[in-house]
Design a protein. Structure first.
Length: 110
């Protein structure tokens, strides 16, 4: 994986958070990822997220974020399937993903 692909993949909070979640759980469904991401956004904004919001996040995952992560070689994902699995990552790559998620969490107001 080229450095620019990796950093482009980390440019989106949805992609960073998806990778962080997959680091902790190994695999997920698209629906589960959409729910988790919606929950994180709701926590940040203090707003209640609806099923329409989750559906919008799911569409973003399907049409943008997951294909980009797969193209970068970070996840295994089939557009016909619902399973998303983290590829085997070099420990330094996993550390960068964790550090970026933790830095983002520290920037959030409490």
């Amino acid at each position: 994986m080229a450095d620019d692909e990796f950093y482009r993949a980390l440019a989106s909070s949805h992609r960073r958070r998806s990778l962080y979640y997959l680091l902790e759980h190994g695999e997920s469904t698209v629906a589960e990822l959409a729910s988790v991401l919606s929950g994180w956004e709701a926590t940040e904004t203090g707003a209640m997220y609806t099923s329409d919001d989750r559906s919008a996040v799911r569409l973003q995952l399907l049409h943008s974020h997951l294909p980009q992560l797969a193209e970068a070689g970070l996840i295994a994902y089939s557009s016909e399937g619902d399973a998303v699995r983290l590829e085997e990552l070099h420990p330094r790559v996993a550390d960068v993903i964790r550090q970026s998620a933790e830095a983002e969490r520290r920037r959030q107001p409490e």
